[in-house]
Write a protein that binds this ligand. Structure first.
Ligand SMILES: Cc1cc2nc3c(=O)[nH]c(=O)nc-3n(C[C@H](O)[C@H](O)[C@H](O)COP(=O)(O)O)c2cc1C
Length: 181
């Protein structure tokens, strides 16, 4: 039996990301749970318009989007609590500029350096659709040149419990079940 519990945001858990942008010449970071894949080669981050980071993204059109592992979870959490509208978040983690000038956290496991393709504005939100221009990965997280998710250990966000959760185990290769007789 299934119960209708109303119009509930049920897409959980999702990878948590740290979004970085240069704002008035300084890096600023924010933590974002609401992100997604658009088509085959773009990503989307959904961000409250009033966030300080949005100002930098709107002005520069450039942004970094990092997966978060447990080693940078505290910094990510801080980025989600403090706002650059009041605090200088440039100091909460070590960073370096990417090829486009976006700030990249030194210890991020995986970082996509992006440019804004389109901003689909909804009430109170900038929904930035982003072209991925470069992807930086810690060398030890690659297997045969590909990102190895089992090594990355991306932290997930669970909405109903408002918690961070670990990624799980591989069940089986996709389409293998469909092929089973
Ligand atoms: C776990 C967590 C998830 C969050 N997810 C989002 C999100 O998906 N979109 C958003 O706009 N803000 C999200 N926030 C809130 C921002 O990270 C927070 O308001 C931050 O202080 C904004 O920083 P800024 O003003 O310096 O950009 C989240 C915060 C936390 C703690």
């Amino acid at each position: 039996m299934q119960s209708n519990i109303g119009a509930v945001m049920a897409l959980n858990p999702m990878p948590i990301v740290v979004v970085g942008a240069m704002v008035d010449g300084k890096p600023n970071w924010t933590e974002v749970a609401h992100s997604g894949i658009v088509g085959m080669d773009r990503i989307m981050v959904s961000m409250v318009k009033a966030h300080h980071t949005n100002k930098g993204i709107r002005e520069t059109g450039k942004v970094s989007v990092c997966l978060v592992d447990e080693g940078m979870l505290r910094e990510a959490d801080i980025a989600g609590v403090l706002t650059g509208n009041k605090d200088d978040k440039s100091v909460i983690m070590l960073w370096h500029p990417g090829t486009s000038g976006v700030p990249i956290p030194d210890k991020a496991p995986v970082v996509m350096e992006c440019e804004v393709y389109q901003n689909v504005e909804t009430e109170g939100f900038d929904n930035f659709i982003l072209d991925i221009k470069a992807t930086w990965v810690q060398d030890d997280l690659l297997t045969d040149g590909k990102i190895d998710s089992s090594k990355v250990g991306a932290v997930l966000f669970d909405g109903p419990t408002y918690s961070y959760v670990r990624t799980g185990e591989t069940i089986c290769p996709c389409t293998s079940l469909a092929k089973r007789s």
